[in-house]
Design a protein around this ligand. Structure first.
Ligand code: DI6
Ligand code: FE
Length: 421
């Protein structure tokens, strides 16, 4: 970057900041004592304060001084079931009082209890309940989120969920990427007829979702307790026919060869991966499929088999992290808590954890062209943190040091620090 690169006029000059750009392989891509200029919602200059032209202040319509706060790319939560109704706290309590998952499921609980709640919810109620969760994410620095359907399990209710996701994207200063997850679980009316349900997903739901432009990707749950690789393949084939990208809940509870299947379809990501094999990892590496790790579900299910992080590192597979925000296995809206869990339980470094919610999450959503790092030309979506060093983001267990969230150069959320001194 040369001095002449500073534009004639910028909307906002951000000063007295440290930057964790995530733009290079050094941990965090740090620029201490930096500055950043934004014009028309995009980053037009960033660098060390020493390289800022002396007349830059006169070229800025406004100046924001942040007294040495840290700035990171806006966080991207790339795997959520954020749109849902009700909660499963009662089930959580029953399990802790000795009931088994099967007993709960037979009593109409488990994932089907959320399906029932979503089917019974008016669209406006579903929106309101989901908006509360999105608001919490916004306050923690999130500027983009992926939201899946998958609790409707009939055409009408799957479309209802996706419309709510779209409305959230319109009402909130957050980029929403919607994913169709019709093949999440078998709805009760199809008990014993999973292939007939897949017919419905393939012949009716995917064409409807694509025609209405309600999702950019299709996901499925490939697992002993959900859908087989053959059924998943039918879903992916239909997705491809309708120009939709694919991703997969793969090897969460067992190795079903889901990651290899996903890679064969050029999947954006394979998610969970606790039981990923070396063969699956090699297929992902060859296909450029991102590994999305979900430490909240691992924790909440008291899983003991960890995702093979060394294998992923060895294969050079980008690791993203996400909340998996859902009422059954990961009732959280906190990326920072997930970063802490990923470090403590999976052995990620704090820098890998931050990359997991920024640069690699952008790759998992195919939005790396404009998002995920701080660089000239990228969207000016960033989070401002009251921390002394970047590792502090993954260090704390709870608390929210996010001073402000900025979307397209505009401050869209402000919070006074609640982090202890
Ligand atoms: N894996 C999960 O962890 C969630 N969905 C999935 O495919 C669980 C969803 C739920 O229990 O409501
Ligand atoms: Fe999930």
């Amino acid at each position: 970057m040369t001095l002449s690169d500073f534009p004639a006029m910028v909307d906002t000059l951000w000063l007295d900041i440290h930057l964790a750009t995530l733009a290079d392989q050094t941990p965090y891509g740090i620029i201490e004592k930096g500055a950043m200029a934004v014009e028309n919602g995009r980053i037009v200059w960033l660098g060390s304060i020493e390289t800022l032209p002396a007349d830059a202040l006169t070229k800025a319509r406004s100046v924001n001084r942040l007294d040495n706060a840290w700035v990171t790319p806006g966080l991207i939560d790339c795997h959520t079931h954020l749109v849902h109704a009700g909660n499963r706290a009662r089930e959580f309590e029953m399990r802790l009082n000795g009931a088994t998952y099967e007993e709960i499921a037979r009593g109409g609980g488990g994932i089907i209890s959320t399906v029932t709640a979503v089917r019974n919810a008016l669209e406006a109620d579903l929106y309101e309940q989901s908006a509360g969760r999105l608001k919490a994410m916004l306050a923690e620095g999130v500027t983009a989120v992926e939201i899946k359907s998958g609790y409707g399990l009939d055409t009408e209710n799957e479309l209802k969920m996706l419309r709510v996701a779209r409305q959230l994207g319109r009402e909130f200063p957050i980029t929403v990427m919607a994913t169709f997850l019709g093949a999440h679980a078998l709805p009760p009316e199809y008990t014993g007829r999973p292939d007939a349900y897949i017919d419905l997903v393939v012949d009716e739901m995917i064409p409807a979702v694509a025609a209405k432009g309600l999702a950019t990707a299709v996901d499925a749950f490939c697992e002993r307790i959900a859908f087989t690789p053959a059924q998943t393949e039918r879903v992916f084939t239909a997705a491809r026919q309708h120009g939709l990208r694919v991703k997969l809940h793969a090897e969460q509870l067992s190795d079903s060869n889901g990651a290899s299947l996903a890679a064969r379809f050029g999947a954006l990501s394979a998610d969970h991966l606790e039981h990923l094999s070396a063969t699956g990892a090699a297929a992902m590496a060859a296909a450029g499929t991102v590994a999305v790790l979900l430490p909240g579900a691992f924790y909440f299910l008291k899983e003991t088999c960890k995702p093979p992080v060394d294998l992923l590192r060895g294969q050079g597979i980008p690791m993203a992290l996400s909340t998996d925000c859902n009422p059954g296995t990961s009732p959280t809206t906190s990326p920072l808590l997930m970063m802490n869990m990923a470090c403590v339980n999976f052995g990620l470094t704090p820098a890998e954890a931050l990359a997991g919610f920024t640069v690699n999450a952008a790759r998992a959503l195919d939005m790396q062209d404009q998002w995920g790092i701080l660089e000239v030309g990228k969207q000016a979506d960033f989070a401002v943190w009251d921390i002394e060093e970047p590792a502090e983001l993954a260090y704390r267990m709870g608390g929210n040091p996010c001073r402000m969230t900025v979307k397209g150069g505009e401050i869209v959320s402000r919070l006074s620090s609640t982090a202890p001194g």
